[in-house]
Design a protein around this ligand. Structure first.
Ligand SMILES: [Zn+2]
Length: 99
């Protein structure tokens, strides 16, 4: 779970999950109200992983069976990524450039 870089409180899964949808402009710490940003490393990773899953299921779909397999795997994998994502979030007190 992410730790606030300002007050060093650990955020709960629920707090992180809700706040991680506010990707632009950072997230306010529920304990000290300081703005926290997701690190560039984590942002990159959270973009690459869903893309990778989509690509993988698309390739699997192309070589093996019809379209519904692709849809089912997306319906299972994408929520799974959303649920486990808060465990891997890292916080920074300053917004880091992506590139
Ligand atoms: Zn804090």
């Amino acid at each position: 779970m992410p730790v606030c870089q300002s007050c060093h409180h650990k955020w709960s899964w629920k707090q992180t999950f809700v706040k991680s949808f506010a990707l632009i402009g950072g997230m306010r710490c529920p304990y000290c109200d300081e703005k926290q940003y997701i690190t560039a490393r984590v942002k990159k990773r959270s973009t690459v992983i869903p893309l990778f899953i989509v690509l993988l299921t698309a390739i699997g779909n192309f070589f093996f069976t019809p379209t519904h397999v692709f849809l089912y795997s997306l319906a299972i994998l994408l929520p799974l990524v959303l649920v486990i994502n808060p465990f891997f979030v890292e916080l920074s007190s300053e917004e880091e450039p992506l590139f």
